[in-house]
Write a protein that binds this ligand. Sequence first.
Ligand SMILES: [Cu+2]
Length: 251
Amino acid sequence: MKNRHILPLATIIIVVGGLTAAVIFAVPWFPTQASVEAGRVDQLTWFLVIVSGVIFTLVTSFVVYSALAFRTADDDESDGPPTHGNTKLEIVWTVIPIILLAVVAVWSVVVVNRNEATAKTQDVVHVKAWQYAWEFDYPTIGVSSGDLHVPQGTQVRLNMNSFDVVHGFYVPQFRVQMDVVPGITTHLTFTPNKVGTWPVVCNELCGEGHSQMRARVIVQTPADYAAWAAQAAAQVKTAAAAGTPIPMATH
Ligand SMILES: [Cu+2]
């Protein structure tokens, strides 16, 4: 590359790179990380975003600079010089994406394997989905709830069934999602690591009430969770003894 191109091109790269970095880093793109899985997913996502930002900066800068620096005069009708590619350049822009894609592929497999690994202790919850609601059943204590209560620090396994169409169980703060499909049982595991209340969102367009198909996941300390479970189980027992309908657990 000729020396006279270096300074203006470098200036454009710095300006475009600065703007790109500002958009990437100044905007809080991701919601809170509230599960062990979220950290792994976000690391991979950040890698993809930053690599994309670098490539975007280089391509945009070269295009902008070329359009400015190699513009012909308005009355120049002559053909450009004949060129037959540039083998070195083509090898570079083929090999670098191959390496990047290989890294992303291997990294993705590692993240999925670690996120789906079964822990020694799991809390199992049955999830029922229909147009347009969620229900969470706790088989060990015989309780049903409209909110998903889970203890902090224990892996949760969801066994999920749909009674009508395909729904999508998604908690943005956990960065995990799984379709809930009629006729089969699908599974999802996650380990909440932050106490708080997060939205459960249906993330599969399932009908006109799709956007209303929301619930809450309530992550509690193990002690608070045990207290909730005991209280909810007691309510069910009392109702069964009195012959009244079994209540949904309250929060
Ligand atoms: Cu749905």
